[in-house]
Design a binder for this molecule. Structure first.
Ligand SMILES: Nc1nc2c(c(=O)[nH]1)N[C@H]1C(S)=C(S)[C@@H](COP(=O)(O)OP(=O)(O)OC[C@H]3O[C@@H](n4cnc5c(=O)[nH]c(N)nc54)[C@H](O)[C@@H]3O)O[C@H]1N2
Ligand SMILES: Nc1nc2c(c(=O)[nH]1)N[C@H]1C(S)=C(S)[C@@H](COP(=O)(O)OP(=O)(O)OC[C@H]3O[C@@H](n4cnc5c(=O)[nH]c(N)nc54)[C@H](O)[C@@H]3O)O[C@H]1N2
Ligand code: SF4
Ligand SMILES: [Mo]
Length: 680
């Protein structure tokens, strides 16, 4: 039952509106937002979604700061200063859209439609604001097709090939587990609603193991912490698999009834002795043996697999080996046993079929190589870049190359944004976008099992407009729709999309409630939900999977004498990717282990230079045993203002791709760190 009014108020008097948070966070909280006189007074959690339970993160509690920020993009505008300065002249919407449509047609006539590149990811977006009208428009236009690989591409390809993206263990069911392995995930920052269930399990005597190069807040309270070197998870997971087979603790009957490829997986794991894996991962062999025994001997045992381990050259294979563990050890079929990866595919909705324009056979551009696309592609060159739902200068690999691309005088850049981001400062035309507190959307959690309606709680700020409206109007200008079809009002667009949903979800959210996932949001794997592979089996060795290195093949650490340290850039509690990064105070801190600082003569709070052949970042340092030796860490999502030279970790991240699905290697940069002399 919703505990507040479920409709936006007819008059903007004081009222509390039921809505949901669509930020790129697994939890998808239900919100109660209090408005008075048309202004947001308070953003809080509601009880509509059981796993939100009235509690939300500090970031979204303060999201009104962003809505009313002086950096908000309020009006359409065209550039008047040099690219990057953020100097614009306000123009009417019609003029801005005419200009964009005209330039799109112009470059198509001269260079072909593929010279237009839409660039988006989905920062706070659901089914209405991402991959709907925008996809229709760019597909019909014949633009280059963007491969949206910046996040979850390897994990998603692995989970799909092995389990057909089977629904995972619900947050709530972690309370039933006796062993919880949190692998490459940091729920105290990146999915906080899992934490109360882990704590409950701990109170009932469950053991917690964390596999992470950092001593995360959860690792501090865990029974065992394996501080693995970034990129070494494949060896660690294969050593556990090898031991399950060698010690006759593999679940033979489960393997023969429900899996294919077990023998090939066993062969792939054969060389991964505990000694080899421990050496590669830089951990104690005894720790690995302890985890092997606990995992083999405990049930229910659940693995929370995150995304930290996917962002390196071995990310796809590592995720596959981790996801193979519950099958080999026979951990399914009980409440609190199995794994959780992304639950995004659990609701049975298929947005792809709503778009109605097939994916054209146009050039595919991997978004992780935006810099290369802008500076090197010639057939045709990218002449018009249309950025929305994304802040690529802050969030994509090889920042300096992206920047050189955005600086090109012959590139026409459109940025459709809520706020004046680092990327927006390079725009030729800026278009103002509404936030989720000003528009409708439909969203689903990819951790917590909720499907929600998002609704406006205030009128759009300034002249901001929702995505579907703007893309629809642009489509009319490009001759793709009759004028009378336009614009599609917000509620009409919502109804159009709701009509495409599976009936159970549509009827529940139609009543203003919250739809849960399979088995009322608490499925038992291999009891309530099964692999969605063609034969309903787990494919432990999907031989056809296109990996660049070979299935379960390990690629060694790329560290060199010149660049010996691995740089990682994990999610921070202060931002969601780069969203809210504008409010980070001061200069960011690089975290470094005392044993790495000492030989470099670096002391706590020193100004430092973090560098490699791609670039450098000027920041400050915190010396702490929180990161393991050989690893340094800078927060993800920094804006230029958070470092002394305007560069973030992405200036050091190569645009090399993961072994599977063309993912980004954010946690695979190798760097050196030195004290920076500051002139007074
Ligand atoms: N507050 C907040 N919440 C967020 C986000 C945010 O930016 N801020 N981002 C959202 C998004 S877009 C996503 S995709 C999710 C990500 O959610 P998570 O996967 O939980 O987040 P990450 O911080 O990317 O990675 C998790 C952990 O992996 C560790 N790690 C790094 N490299 C390796 C490795 O090679 N092996 C292993 N085992 N661990 C490694 C990091 O130290 C980190 O603690 O979170 C979402 N939630
Ligand atoms: N170094 C490093 N970099 C990373 C990562 C990492 O681990 N390390 N993680 C990566 C990950 S996991 C991800 S998911 C990406 C995310 O990278 P991005 O997709 O760039 O996500 P955000 O930084 O949140 O930026 C989203 C932008 O979209 C805008 N926006 C939100 N809603 C709307 C809307 O309805 N309409 C319009 N027009 N605009 C809107 C917001 O104002 C915001 O500026 O970052 C990646 N970058
Ligand atoms: S960012 Fe995550 S935890 Fe915070 S309100 Fe949104 S869904 Fe909830
Ligand atoms: Mo992400």
């Amino acid at each position: 039952m919703a505990d507040t009014d479920v409709r936006p108020p007819a008059s903007w008097g004081r009222s509390t509106v039921q809505t949901a948070c669509p930020l790129d966070c697994p939890d998808c909280c239900s919100l109660a937002v209090t408005v008075e006189g048309g202004r947001i007074q308070k953003i809080d959690g509601s009880h509509a979604a059981p796993s939100t339970d009235g509690f939300i993160c500090g970031k979204v509690r303060k999201f009104d700061q962003r809505v009313y920020s002086s950096e908000r993009v309020l009006y359409p505008a065209v550039r008047r200063g040099p690219k990057g300065r953020g100097d614009f002249t306000v123009v009417p919407w019609a003029e801005a859209l005419d200009l964009v449509a005209e330039r799109m047609q112009q470059v198509r006539a001269e260079f072909g439609a593929e010279s237009v590149l839409p660039f988006y990811y989905g920062g706070s977006n659901g089914f209405l604001t991402n991959d709907l009208e925008d996809a229709r428009l760019f597909r019909q236009f014949g633009a280059s097709h963007l491969a949206r690989t910046v996040c979850a591409a390897p994990t998603s390809a692995a989970a799909d090939a092995m389990y057909g993206k089977m629904a995972g263990v619900a947050y709530e069911d972690y309370a039933h587990a006796k062993l919880i392995v949190v692998w490459g995930a940091n729920p105290p920052a990146s999915g906080i609603h899992l934490m109360s269930h882990i704590k409950q399990a701990q109170k009932s005597g469950a053991r917690v193991v964390v596999v992470d190069p950092r001593r995360t807040p959860l690792a501090r309270t865990a029974d065992l912490h394996l501080p693995v070197k970034p990129g070494s998870d494949l060896g660690v997971a294969l050593a556990l698999i090898r031991d399950l087979f060698e010690s006759a603790r593999a679940d033979r009957s489960f393997l023969s009834a429900h899996t294919t490829g077990a023998d090939s997986l066993r062969a792939a794991a054969a060389s991964w002795t505990f000694a080899r894996a421990a050496a590669v991962a830089g951990i104690d062999e005894s720790q690995l043996r302890l985890l092997a025994d606990w995992y083999a001997n405990t049930s229910p045992a659940v693995i929370r697999c995150g995304w930290g381990q996917e962002r390196n050259r071995n990310g796809g294979a590592a995720t596959m080996a981790i996801l193979a563990l519950p099958a080999v050890a026979g951990k399914f079929g009980v409440r609190g046993g199995g794994y959780t990866m992304s639950n995004a595919a659990a609701y049975g909705q298929a947005a792809e079929s709503w778009i109605k324009s097939p994916v054209p056979k146009t050039r595919v551009v991997n978004m992780n190589q935006l810099g290369r696309a802008l500076t090197e592609y010639t057939d045709p060159p990218v002449k018009l870049l249309f950025v929305y739902n994304c802040n690529p200068l802050a969030t994509m690999p090889d920042q300096n190359r992206v920047k050189r691309g955005l600086e090109r005088k012959d590139l026409f850049t459109v940025v459709f944004e809520q706020t004046m981001t680092d990327s927006a400062k390079y725009a030729d035309v800026v278009l103002p976008a509404t936030t989720f507190l000003e528009h409708y959307d439909l969203v689903r959690g990819y951790g917590a099992y909720h499907f929600h309606i998002v609704q406006p709680v205030i009128e759009p700020v300034g002249e901001a407009r929702p995505n579907h409206e703007v893309f629809r109007e642009l489509a009319v200008r490009l001759g793709q729709h009759e004028a009378e079809e336009d614009p599609l009002g917000q509620t009409e667009a919502l109804l159009e999309v709701t009509a495409q949903l599976p009936r159970d979800i549509a009827s529940i959210i139609g009543d203003g409630g919250v739809a849960r996932g399979p088995a009322n949001g608490a499925p038992i794997q291999f009891a309530d939900v099964h692999p969605k592979t063609t034969d309903q089996k787990v494919h432990l060795f999907p031989a056809d999977l296109p990996t660049t290195a070979g299935l379960y093949a390990f690629q060694p650490d790329p560290a060199t004498d010149a660049y010996p340290l691995a740089l990682i850039s994990p999610a921070s509690a202060h931002t969601v990717s780069s969203t809210l990064g504008e409010f980070r105070p001061g200069i960011a801190r690089l975290k470094m282990h005392p044993d790495d600082a000492r030989p470099r003569g670096i002391e706590d709070a020193d100004p430092v230079r973090v560098f490699n052949t791609l670039g450098e970042v000027w920041c400050e340092v915190t010396i702490t045993p929180e990161v393991r030796t050989g690893v340094v860490s800078l927060p993800k999502g920094l804006w230029a203002r958070s470092t002394e030279n305007g560069a973030s970790s992405n200036a050091l991240v190569p645009d090399t791709l993961t072994d599977l699905a063309g993912g980004a290697c954010f946690n695979d940069a190798r760097v050196e760190v030195a004290i920076r002399k500051v002139l007074n």
